[in-house]
Design a protein around this ligand. Structure first.
Ligand SMILES: Nc1ncnc2c1ncn2[C@@H]1O[C@H](COP(=O)(O)OP(=O)(O)OP(=O)(O)O)[C@@H](O)[C@H]1O
Ligand code: SF4
Ligand SMILES: [Mg+2]
Length: 369
């Protein structure tokens, strides 16, 4: 594992329902089935795919919240999939999680000061009470809140502010890597860009590595350096975000990109045939063959492996990607509605100008008051 790789998954599988013995009637769910990934220090790495494709399960295995059925997870050069005791405690400080739902993930009976300060008690037990208060104040400032917010309770805050509290809590142990599982999808569109902007600033200023799980391709496009596209427990395409968005090579990625409709939300059914099959009975060969418009006989029997496309870092798992690249035109940029247009303007403002903006009533970006 080279120095610039902070997190690596090697052929990771997570199957649920394997413990029932041979008489068990419960089908085994192949939630993650042979994923290999290498995440570089300081980058923002995105994992995308439809609901149920295994994104959260993979994230939990990477975090050592779940034990893989097979495979290895290496964090900073150490194998962590079996970490216990002191090794696990150290890992919990170095890797943190931001949850999807800022309303459910903060204990409503704890003050913000205690919520943000709690990880310090575990990971910096030598701190005095005053040092802890100072550190909490510093963390609150870092996420755009005020030190006096420490005495308030989560219900006194908006969704976006609560997610900031969650981020401050995640930063408390001074982690090297943060995994966000749909970190903005529960928030109003008007505050999503603020939180994305904050995460970008933090990762740059603190040298943090971010792993972001999202089904919203708009979010991915604007915040990630590299991306992995998952389908039914496997990675089907991976590369720099710029390359994958400009030159998607897997028919599934092409369909995902083509299905960003004018409403700005992702509707995969528009361009793909039928529903995603069950991970407890995945199709043979290429798992996408039941929905792929280009499927041929080989696809039903032979499993494609991730192969390099020739562009740096860009790999794809499709038997026919080269033929398809010559025949299938690149996807036209999707038409956007006013709301989606306003959102993209917001992302641009967040990325280029660095100002914190929100949508006004007309759906246009406006300065935050
Ligand atoms: N503890 C569990 N026991 C059995 N099956 C599970 C368990 N956790 C997840 N699964 C199944 O594994 C598959 C992958 O689920 P997962 O939550 O990882 O998907 P996801 O990509 O995060 O979906 P979403 O976008 O909806 O959050 C699903 O079929 C899910 O029902
Ligand atoms: S291997 Fe076949 S079924 Fe799978 S994505 Fe490629 S063309 Fe489609
Ligand atoms: Mg999930």
């Amino acid at each position: 594992m080279s120095d610039d790789i902070i997190l690596e998954a090697v052929n990771v599988k997570k199957h649920f329902g394997t413990g029932g013995g041979w008489l068990s009637k419960t089908p085994v769910v192949q939630a993650v089935d042979g994923v290999s990934l290498r995440i570089r220090r300081g980058e923002t790495f995105a994992i995308v795919g439809e609901s149920g494709c295994g994104k959260s399960t993979l994230a939990r295995v990477l975090m050592r919240l779940l034990t893989p059925t097979e495979g290895e997870v290496l964090f900073d050069g150490r194998e962590i999939s079996g970490a216990q005791g002191a090794a696990l405690k150290q890992l919990r400080g170095e890797m943190q999680f931001i949850f999807q739902d800022p309303f459910a993930s903060l204990n409503p009976r704890m003050t913000v000061g205690n919520l943000v300060g709690e990880p310090l008690e575990v990971h910096a037990p030598g701190m005095t009470a005053q040092e802890r208060r100072d550190r909490v104040a510093e963390l609150l400032r870092k996420v755009g809140l005020r030190p006096e917010h420490a005495g308030r309770y989560p219900h006194e805050f908006s969704g976006g502010q609560r997610q900031r509290i969650g981020i401050a809590r995640a930063l408390a142990s001074d982690p090297k890597l943060i995994i966000g599982d749909e970190p903005v999808s529960a928030l109003d569109v008007s505050v999503q860009a603020q939180v994305i902007n904050l995460l970008g600033d933090l990762s740059r200023d603190l040298g943090l590595t971010l792993v972001v799980i999202a089904h919203d391709l708009g979010v991915i496009r604007h915040m990630s350096d590299r991306v992995a596209v998952m389908y039914l427990g496997r990675v089907v395409e991976t590369g720099t975000a710029a390359d994958v968005f400009a030159r998607p090579r897997h028919p599934y990625t092409q369909a995902l990109l083509a299905s960003i409709p004018a409403t700005g939300t992702t509707d995969h059914t528009a361009t793909m045939i039928g529903e995603m099959p069950s991970p407890s009975d995945p199709p043979s060969g290429c798992r996408f063959h039941t929905r792929c418009p280009h499927a041929q006989e080989t696809c039903r029997s032979q499993t494609p492996v991730l192969a390099e496309t020739g562009h740096p870092d860009h790999s794809v798992a499709c038997h026919f990607w080269q033929t398809l690249a010559d025949t299938v035109p690149p996807p036209a940029p999707p038409e956007r509605s006013d709301a989606a247009e306003a959102r993209f303007a917001l992302y641009r403002a967040a990325t280029e100008g660095g100002t914190v903006t929100h949508l006004n009533e007309a759906g246009k970006p406006a300065e935050q008051t």
